[in-house]
Ligand binder design. Structure first.
Ligand code: NAI
Length: 332
């Protein structure tokens, strides 16, 4: 089966080549998959896509016209896919449900520590021969209250790691979380989590319910000087409201691995470009904001799991076996 693999970087190709075999014939395209690039998929039996590819109705309809019946996502989140359109045009969607929740959980903790102890400033200062500690004052993580929104695979691992620091862990998830009780994490309402947490970290999927959940109203309910960390999806935060809260000093620290308009920026080298996204550029002017470019997942182990599961998904589809990692419209 011929597969057009979009949004591929050298590291993706290297990982996929490890698991590649005669069952699938992969062709790599560096461009993202969207309505402008979908024509590359002509003549292929399936496509593979990544987090910022635009799998809206127009792209899916065109894929269906080309006779493509499978989109193999190389990621867990599927907020970029119009599942209703996929069902309408008979295109099946598979994903990699968990490639390394450890990678994301560890990066989340990394952002918290780097922000708290201002490691990104120390790195530059020391290199310039500036050993002053002014402005680098941090706080003990011990005894702080951390609110985790979304007690899934990643959220729970973040909680475990914070427990080791001696934090009190609060959790908000619409579903009852048995593991939370076992771990000693307190399941609370969103209002309680906002009111009590020194640090709030986002690990729920981006859906119609969670889009812009961190908005002006939510920010108003938080403690002064709160730290907000988002390694979930950019759309969970209303960036304009966040900027306002940073300016008023309501929010004391922000760590972002994702950004709502990241599709136009992330995963590419824009160092010689004029970046036109004023909201993003404003965020970068704050000394207490640390942004990484959707790299939380980026470990050797995660790339290998992504490659292995993607090839398995493609082979299962080729032989019409059950698609264990299929997602359907009613799950969105
Ligand atoms: P998961 O499916 O194991 O957990 C998600 C949790 O969120 C579930 O417990 C679910 O009940 C909960 N949830 C659903 N709606 C909610 C709501 N309205 N409020 C609060 N909680 C809600 O997913 P996993 O693997 O833990 O991943 C979480 C998210 O992390 C993914 O959806 C994805 O967007 C993001 N992610 C980011 C990566 C990165 O590199 N930055 C890599 C992988 C995932």
């Amino acid at each position: 089966m011929k597969v057009a693999v979009f949004s591929t970087k050298p590291y993706d190709k290297e990982a996929l080549r490890h698991y590649d075999n005669d069952e699938v014939d992969l062709s790599y395209f560096e461009v993202p998959l969207n309505i402008a690039t979908v024509h590359y998929a002509q003549g292929f039996g399936a496509v593979s896509a990544f987090v910022n590819d635009d799998l809206g109705e127009a792209t899916i309809e065109r894929l269906a016209e080309y006779g493509i019946k499978l989109i193999a996502l190389r990621c867990a989140g599927f907020n970029n896919v119009d599942l209703a359109a996929a069902a309408k045009f008979g295109v099946r969607i598979v994903r990699v449900p968990a490639y390394s929740p450890y990678a994301v959980a560890e990066h989340t903790i990394g952002l918290m520590l780097a922000l708290n102890r201002k490691l990104y400033k120390s790195y530059n200062r020391v290199r310039e021969g500036n050993f002053s500690l002014n402005g680098l004052l941090g706080f003990d993580m011990h005894d702080k209250t951390v609110g985790i929104i979304g007690a899934g695979k990643i959220g729970l691992l973040v909680g475990e790691r914070l427990k080791a620091f001696g934090c009190e862990v609060l959790v908000y998830d619409p579903f009852l979380c048995k593991t939370c009780d076992e771990q000693g994490f307190k399941q609370v309402t969103l209002a309680q989590l906002y009111a009590e947490s020194h640090i709030i970290t986002l690990h729920c999927p981006l859906t119609n319910q969670t889009k812009n959940m961190i908005n002006e109203d939510a920010l108003d309910q938080m403690r002064a000087n709160v730290m907000i960390v988002n390694t979930g999806r950019g759309g969970l935060i209303d960036t304009k409201a966040l900027i306002k809260a940073l300016k008023s000093r309501k929010v004391g620290y922000v760590g972002l691995d994702v950004y709502e308009e990241e599709g136009a920026l992330f995963f590419e080298d824009h160092s010689n470009d004029i970046i036109l996204d004023d909201k993003f550029e404003r965020l970068l002017t704050f000394p207490n904001v640390l942004v990484t470019g959707h790299q939380a997942y980026f470990t050797h182990e995660a790339l290998e799991h992504i490659a292995e599961t993607t090839i398995q998904n493609l082979i299962a589809f080729k032989y019409q076996r059950p698609l264990d990692n299929e997602i359907k419209a009613d799950l969105s």
